[in-house]
Write a protein that binds this ligand. Structure first.
Ligand code: NDP
Length: 337
């Protein structure tokens, strides 16, 4: 359906549009399927700042030579509980999709296992990295570092990336609990969107050129200095992700990630770690009851919700009503096909 300003796409149409952009950008069948499904799930659940809007960024990362559209990732089991990936300079999600079944088998065997990946790019929401593991009955923690943009508490110079983390666990009788969050007060893509839409951010989220906290997205994009969430506590989480992501995986540290500039790219090369746990192997037969109990204490508790459950409402709405895409974005995407 189309009116003057927007087109409404079904989720299947979203996926087909995304797939055609990836194929036109030189990706093969398997890679474009993984990435198009990611765009479909992102438009379905949110955050929409990481869905169709990212397609020009993906396409540019290939046309500039920064990322490899025909990546052929390698996976190697280096210890009973450690699976290492090399993304062949392609997108992480393609390597992770290739590694998933082996990681799950290792977790079932050992109780706990980790997958690390270097030489790869990560764009988009982390929840789609951990969610499939929770759907398999596992608990999962995923992290990725990125490009230095977040200042340590009290600092004036960025050290950490917006370094997101995601946690997921099965929930009896319901969709798994899956949440993901950036280490910055506000995700970079949301700052870009606020600048494009011409409004301030709801709270100070970065430094202005005088080193003062500001709500002005354009000033923050100028300094490229974002504040961590929760002051020193968020900065500590960003530190953890730098070590668990870049250092453990052998990916690029956020402070060393300037090479994208030469390609004019917006995506980032970093290191990913995904830790998966089989609760059935940890000896608490009532694990699921504990999850249910904690969720029950949150639900119906004033306006509180289980973290990540907002996406389930988005999902129901987009499955019923489709996705509205602005005429500008549609025009931009058609040029890429
Ligand atoms: P948000 O602050 O919007 O949300 C963080 C988490 O909290 C979500 O799981 C959200 O899920 C949940 N949440 C939000 N409000 C509430 C509430 N009132 N009660 C309970 N839970 C709540 O996310 P960010 O801005 O920090 O990150 C945006 C996205 O950007 C993420 O998907 C992240 O993975 C991605 N990202 C990716 C990067 C990359 O390099 N690939 C870099 C940085 C970020 P819900 O609203 O569904 O309940």
């Amino acid at each position: 359906m189309t009116d003057n300003a927007t087109t409404t796409l079904s989720l299947d149409e979203v996926k087909e549009l995304a797939r055609s952009v990836f194929v036109a950008a030189g990706m093969g069948e398997q890679g474009s399927e993984v990435m198009a499904e990611l765009v479909r799930m992102t438009e379905r659940d949110g955050p929409r700042s990481h869905g169709l809007r990212m397609l020009p960024v993906y396409a540019q990362s290939f046309s500039s030579g920064y990322a490899n559209p025909t990546a052929d990732p390698r996976i190697e089991r280096v210890a009973p509980g450690v699976l290492r990936g090399d993304g062949d300079n392609g997108y992480y999600q393609i390597t992770a999709a290739k590694a998933r079944d082996e990681l799950i088998a290792m977790v079932r065997e050992n109780g706990i296992a980790a997958f690390t990946c270097a030489n790869c790019h990560h764009l988009g929401a982390l929840r789609f990295d951990t969610g499939p593991l929770a759907e398999a009955g596992l608990v999962a923690l995923g992290v990725v570092n990125s490009l230095s943009m977040v200042v340590p508490q009290g600092g004036i110079r960025p050290v950490f990336g917006t370094n997101p983390m995601s946690f997921a666990c099965p929930r009896p009788g319901a969709e798994p609990v899956v949440w993901d969050q950036a280490s910055s007060m506000v995700a970079l893509m949301d700052i870009r969107m606020a600048a494009a839409e011409g409004h301030d951010l709801p709270r100070p989220a970065g430094l202005d050129p005088d080193g003062q906290p500001t709500q002005d997205p354009s000033a923050i994009l100028e300094t490229r200095s974002l504040l961590p969430f929760g002051e020193h506590k968020g900065a500590a989480i960003a530190f953890l992700i730098e070590i668990l992501g870049a250092a453990l995986a052998g990916g690029t540290l956020s402070v060393d990630n300037a090479s994208r500039e030469a390609h004019g790219a917006l995506n980032i090369k970093g290191g990913n770690t995904l830790i998966a746990i089989d609760p059935a192997r940890f000896g608490n037969a009532a694990f699921e009851d504990y999850v249910q109990r904690v969720c029950a204490e949150i639900e119906g508790n004033g306006n509180a919700r289980v973290p990540g459950d907002g996406r389930l409402q988005n999902r129901a709405a987009t499955q019923a009503d489709g996705v509205r895409v602005t005429a500008d974005l549609m025009a931009q995407l058609r040029e890429l096909v």
